[in-house]
Ligand binder design. Structure first.
Ligand SMILES: NC(=O)c1ccc[n+]([C@@H]2O[C@H](COP(=O)([O-])OP(=O)(O)OC[C@H]3O[C@@H](n4cnc5c(N)ncnc54)[C@H](O)[C@@H]3O)[C@@H](O)[C@H]2O)c1
Length: 342
């Protein structure tokens, strides 16, 4: 039985507490928050869980194996490092840290202490993204030409992070997982319509060595909520509509082929293929349940999480690069290349 202490009981923390409470093989031993009103809520809902403002006491408790950090991003590094230094395994919310320097330090600390470090990029554990990854890895889509995402809605305006950190972060982690390849360059444009606030709208393009191109349109200023991804391959194409209650994923047997016509040397022959569409059955388990089970399994069997600190670091580097490009009106920013584990 893995005992977990959860720091932060704001918007997202309650989802972690509920999921870890329901998980076989795990128990929530403590919830830490600086806001005592939040702790009162914990006591009312979960009388058996220790609710406290005293983080040091929780970190010093040898009965607690792991810490989940669900506080605003500016505190992730400090809290994550303190938990690792206390010998705990760490679950940290996305984005992992404010800077890549901080993210790298957490990765090194976790390596040095042989602790599990999981970054909560929840989408990776959804039935929809797992199915897309399975289809892409089977080779069914062929060569991936493009990834095109629209992730827009009205609000929630954040005070401390831009829409890139809040929304595009999901596309960055999904792309990392689906393509298994690091982008070589990024170009982004975006703006804040309200002076003194972070950018609330951005258009980001990622370029890959394999020729794949990816684009994300993210905004807190749209009248409707749209969560749509298209993935176009040389053999098939996928649409993913996360707002759709069922049939979120559709696979289209459609494509284009170009052949030179030897009879008419100045013309290319374009062939359009339109075959069947199918909507694969998806695992409907809550992503946080799947992810929680995976975290416990990684701790018990010394495994590396699918969304480990290295993935978290790559995503933070992309956020930095996209932000830097956006602040220079879309200038291309080249990314440092890392070795990826097989
Ligand atoms: N994985 C996801 O899909 C997902 C979704 C939403 C939010 N998040 C992430 O979860 C994190 C928290 O976001 P939120 O929307 O819940 O924020 P929030 O502001 O609603 O809640 C944060 C809570 O942490 C507490 N807190 C702040 N600093 C603290 C400290 N030093 N020690 C103890 N408690 C502290 C606050 O009092 C508050 O109750 C962010 O990193 C966010 O990006 C992830």
């Amino acid at each position: 039985m893995i005992s977990i202490g959860i720091i932060g009981y704001g918007y997202w923390g309650p989802n972690l507490v509920r999921n870890f409470t329901e998980l076989n093989g795990a128990r929530v031993a403590a919830v830490v928050d600086l806001d005592t009103a939040k702790l009162d809520l914990v006591r009312r809902r979960y009388p058996a869980i220790r609710a406290t403002t005293d983080l040091q006491a929780v970190l010093a408790d040898p009965a607690i194996d792991a810490i989940a950090v669900a506080t605003p991003v500016h505190s992730h590094y400090e809290l994550g490092l303190a938990a690792l230094m206390a010998g705990k395994h760490v679950w940290i919310e996305k984005p992992m840290t404010e800077t890549s320097v901080q993210a790298r330090k957490l990765v090194d600390e976790a390596d040095r202490r042989k602790r599990v470090l999981l970054v909560d990029h929840t989408f990776i554990y959804t039935g929809a993204v797992r199915k897309m990854a399975e289809i892409i890895r089977s080779g069914d889509l062929g060569h991936i030409y493009y990834y095109d995402s629209i992730r827009v809605n009205l609000g929630l305006f954040q005070r401390d992070v831009s829409v890139i950190s809040d929304l595009a972060v999901h596309d960055f982690s999904i792309l990392d997982h689906l393509l298994g390849e690091n982008p070589v360059a990024v170009s982004a444009s975006g703006t804040n319509h309200f002076p003194g606030t972070p950018e609330n709208l951005a258009y980001i393009t990622l370029f890959y060595g394999s020729g794949t191109i990816a684009h994300a349109n993210v905004s807190w200023l749209a009248p409707v909520k749209v969560r749509q991804i298209l993935v176009g391959g040389s053999r098939k194409m996928i649409t993913y509509d996360d707002v759709e209650p069922s049939e979120k994923i559709k696979v289209y047997d459609k494509g284009v082929s170009f052949t030179d016509d030897p009879q008419q040397i100045y013309q290319m022959r374009v062939g359009y293929r339109t075959g069947d569409m199918w909507a694969p059955k998806l695992d409907v388990a809550e992503a946080l349940q799947v992810e929680g089970e995976h975290f416990v399994d990684c701790i018990e069997h010394a495994k590396t999480p699918q969304t480990d600190g290295r993935l978290g670091l790559r995503v933070v580097e992309l956020i930095e690069a996209a932000t830097s490009s956006m602040r220079r009106k879309g200038e291309t920013v080249y990314l440092q290349q890392h070795e990826r584990a097989a």
